[in-house]
Structures are given as C-alpha cells and as structure tokens.
Design a protein around this ligand. Structure first.
Ligand code: 13P
Length: 251
C-alpha cells in the first residue's frame, strides 16, 4: 500500500491567463525532478490550455474545476470531458462545496459528472464535506456517508482506483479556521472505512484522501503527519508561489 502524496491547488475564480501562466511557471520551476509526491493545479477554464503548455516539461498535473457529463450538446455553460482532454487536461475537481452550496449541485449531478470523467479517463477528485450546522447537530458522519455513497453510485472497483477523495469541511473553507489534524484524521479514517465497506480494504488502502480548508504553510506539516491524510487541496494559499511551494515541500 503506497499512497503518493498529492498536493493540489484550486485557483477557483482567480487569475487572468497571463497571471495564471506566471504562477504555473513558478510552480513548474519549483517541482523539477520531484518524484516522491504529485502536484496538481486547477486554473479557471480560460487558462487551462495556456497553463498546460507552461507546465508541459514539469511533473505538474493540470485539472479543471468541473466537467459536464455529456460529450457535447445543448448544455450552455458546461465544458465536456473530450474538450478537457483536447486541452491536455488530466484531472478534474468534482462536487466542490462551492458548486454544491452556491450553484445547487446535488449528489446525483455530481455522480453523473464523476462517471463521465472516469469514462473519458480524467482522474476525478470528489469533494465532500459537512457544514458547520451539520457538524454542530452531530450529523457529520451521516452527511459524509450520503455524499460519498451517492457520489460514487455505479462506480466499479476498477474505476475507483483512479478516484481521489477530498474532505473539505465547509466551515473551514476560506475562513482561516482549519480542522485540527486530529479532527481531519478522524474523518479521513471514517471515509477509508466506508470505502473498505463499499469496495475492499485493499482498495480502500490505496485511495488517496486529501484534506482541504484553510491549508497553509503553518498547518500543512501536522496535517500531513497523520496516517490517513494523503495530501491537501489548497485554495487561497495556492495563489502565491512561495506559500504553495512551502506546502508542496511539507515536512
Ligand atoms: P481555502 O484553502 O482558501 O480555505 O480553500 C479550500 C478549498 O476550497 C480548496 O478546494
């Protein structure tokens, strides 16, 4: 069982193409020759192709922040899996809490996106996470179980080996309020147990589970020291080359 750490930056709705290429080039320069961990960045759609070109000779992987579930068609505002492949993209974030809570995406929609991504060999990062109200009401595990099982409906074991899960508690995103490493570890262990129940323990032991929510240079080391935290999904701190580099080289 080896899980290669994955350090992922979600740039959300930030950066023009010029700014994105400059940041991507800095990340590429910082990761030359890196083999013991993977680095991914997710620029907005408009910058995907340019960023992919900028990191082409580095180990940096480029992800989209969402994906449509059909190959093509009358789906205004959506971008299809083949379109992402055409731009050289290899991964995609699906079910981010901002998609769920601001844009009303539900588990069945998220599942359709996930299945489409896998069908076209894009590696999906499925995001799940509870709100503060859900945590305070003692519903964290129920909510996560529902998001995970519905999000992964019809996903075979073979497909599952290409899925990354990200636990992002909604109350920790962009708030500066990180889950403690103990809180995150507890949830990650729970998620792995659910995966072992739905699939097999050997498979669950190979699946990477990332933590996201106010990850910074100051807390990345203690998060990454936990046994079930296999990487981080970073928002704000991934928009600066120096802070992101420090997170990539967690100790
Ligand atoms: P912040 O790191 O800005 O809290 O964002 C986390 C996130 O949503 C990553 O997907």
């Amino acid at each position: 069982m080896t899980r290669i750490p994955l350090i992922a930056g979600n740039w959300k709705m930030y950066l023009t193409r010029t700014e994105a290429v400059a940041l991507a080039s800095a990340v590429a320069a910082a990761t030359q020759g890196l083999t013991d961990r993977e680095v991914m960045i997710a620029p907005p759609f408009t910058a995907l192709a340019a960023v992919k070109e900028a990191v082409a000779s580095s180990p940096v992987k480029v992800a989209a922040q969402n994906v449509g579930w059909e190959k093509e068609g009358a789906f205004t505002g959506e971008v299809s899996p083949p379109m992402l492949l055409d731009a050289g993209i290899e991964m995609v974030i699906i079910g981010h809490s901002e998609r769920r809570h601001i844009f009303g995406e539900d588990n069945s929609m998220i599942n359709r996106r996930l299945r489409a991504a896998l069908q076209f060999a894009l590696m999906p990062i499925l995001c799940i996470g509870e709100t503060l109200a859900e945590r305070e009401a003692g519903n964290t595990f129920n909510v996560l179980e529902e998001q995970l099982t519905q999000g992964l409906a019809q996903i075979t074991a073979e497909q599952m080996s290409n899925v990354v899960v990200a636990y992002e508690p909604v109350w920790a995103i962009g708030t500066g309020k990180t889950a403690t490493d103990a809180q995150a570890q507890e949830v990650h262990a729970f998620i792995r147990e659910l995966l072992a129940r739905s699939y097999e323990k050997t498979l669950a032991d190979c699946i990477r589970i990332l933590y996201g929510g106010s990850v910074k240079p100051e807390n990345v080391d203690s998060l990454m020291a936990r046994p079930d935290i296999d990487g981080v999904l970073v928002g704000g701190a991934s928009l600066n080359a120096t802070t992101f580099e420090r997170i990539i080289y967690f100790r």
